[in-house]
Write a protein that binds this ligand. Structure first.
Ligand SMILES: Nc1nc2c(ncn2[C@@H]2O[C@H](COP(=O)(O)OP(=O)(O)O)[C@@H](O)[C@H]2O)c(=O)[nH]1
Ligand SMILES: [Mg+2]
Length: 363
């Protein structure tokens, strides 16, 4: 009898051990929730602080629509360029083809000299027998256009390692300064950066209001004075506020009246100096309206000479056949285009990238 007891106990022991192991394995999947529960406070801490959005926008926010491609958003610029090029290349390649291509480039405001040079280059390549059909000509044209943009340019908007980063926005009236500030503010807020806006266009009564609407949309702070006040004083107060509160980025809006040109340039220089007495201007962004074509270039030159422009925001590319002005600006002024405006909406701002831009234009 006792001979049987010991093996029986051993069998029971093994059964109990196996059962214990199985139960242990089954219990394991319930472990992760305990770990997740411990991680939760960290996730809450990582939520971006400040941004206060109006409840109405929160209600409409959840459905995120797919954004159209740059090709679609360039609208008129692309239709003009792409369609006219297709026409020029459509009926087989002969001497007329080169004249047609040259005409398209000139009308797109690339600049006569550049247009002629590119066309001559294409013609020479064709004579050497290096290309012949429409697709090859189109590809070489794209290549030549891209190569006109300086690839060594840093097209990223500059940030300071210490807050506040300061971006001064300048340009002629109606080019899209305030709208571009609104778009930049929304983009910065989405990335969790705090933003303050200085209402430096004290010349137009409605300017503060327009800036205030953009500020409210993105939860940014607005610093303004009375209409007609000294924009230098607005810039001074705005910088002091941003510095004291540790606000990440200060965007300074400015007036752009043309009829009193010299005082405007002096005023912009003063705004810059006021800020530089306390800190730095990291970006002096010149806003140019692409629909102004070659006229935009003349304005740009004046601003570049007096304000020390570090980059260009080229707006309204959605509404013009003159997308080629992007090239003229870079080749004439040597200032990098950093962002492009392709509509009036808050999302209608894109970083500028030569190859994407040219591909979108020619496609
Ligand atoms: N289609 C289009 N309109 C724009 C763009 N940027 C600005 N605008 C419009 O241009 C007009 C003048 O803009 P605003 O920001 O007030 O110019 P500011 O005087 O330089 O501040 C407004 O009607 C804007 O909606 C753009 O990229 N595309
Ligand atoms: Mg404005």
């Amino acid at each position: 009898m006792s001979d049987l007891v010991i093996p029986l106990i051993a069998v029971l022991f093994v059964v109990a051990l196996v059962a214990g192991l199985v139960m242990g394995t089954r219990r394991r999947p319930s472990a992760p929730p305990r770990r997740r529960a411990r991680e939760a406070p960290v996730t809450r801490l990582q939520t971006p602080p400040v941004v206060t959005e109006p409840p109405r926008e929160q209600a409409t926010a959840p459905v995120e629509l797919a954004r159209p491609s740059l090709r679609d958003r360039l609208g008129k610029s692309r239709r003009f360029f792409g369609d006219r090029l297709a026409e020029a290349l459509g009926g087989g390649v002969d001497e007329d083809t080169w004249d047609d291509i040259e005409a398209v480039l000139i009308q797109a405001d690339i600049g006569v000299e550049t247009a002629t040079r590119i066309t001559e280059d294409l013609r020479a390549e064709a004579r050497r027998g290096r290309m012949g059909d429409a697709a090859e000509i189109r590809a070489l044209l794209a290549d030549r256009l891209v190569s006109l943009f300086d690839e060594t340019h840093d097209r990223a908007l500059a940030f300071s390692p210490e807050p506040p980063t300061v971006w001064l926005i300048v340009g002629v009236n109606g080019t899209g300064k305030t709208t571009t500030i609104g778009k930049l503010t929304a983009d910065l807020a989405q990335r969790g950066r705090t933003v303050a806006l200085a209402a430096g266009d004290t010349f137009r009564a409605a300017a503060d209001e327009q800036l205030g609407i953009w500020a409210e949309r993105s939860g940014a702070t607005l610093i303004k004075h009375q209409p007609g006040a000294d924009p230098g004083a607005v810039a001074f107060d705005a910088y002091a506020h941003a510095k004291a509160r540790g606000i990440d980025v200060l965007l300074v809006d400015t007036a752009g009246r043309l009829h009193t040109k010299t005082p405007l340039m002096e005023e912009l220089g003063k705004i810059r100096r006021v800020i530089e007495r306390q800190g730095r201007v990291h970006e002096a962004l010149l806003v140019i309206d692409a629909t102004a074509g070659q006229n935009g270039l003349i304005q740009a030159k004046e601003f570049a000479d007096s304000v020390g422009v570090t980059g260009v925001a080229l707006t309204k590319l959605d509404g013009t056949a003159k997308g080629g002005i992007a090239l003229a600006i870079e080749t004439t002024l040597g200032i990098p285009i950093k962002v492009i405006g392709v509509g009036e909406g808050i999302d209608d701002l894109e970083p500028f990238e030569p190859k994407t831009f040219v591909d979108a234009l020619l496609s």
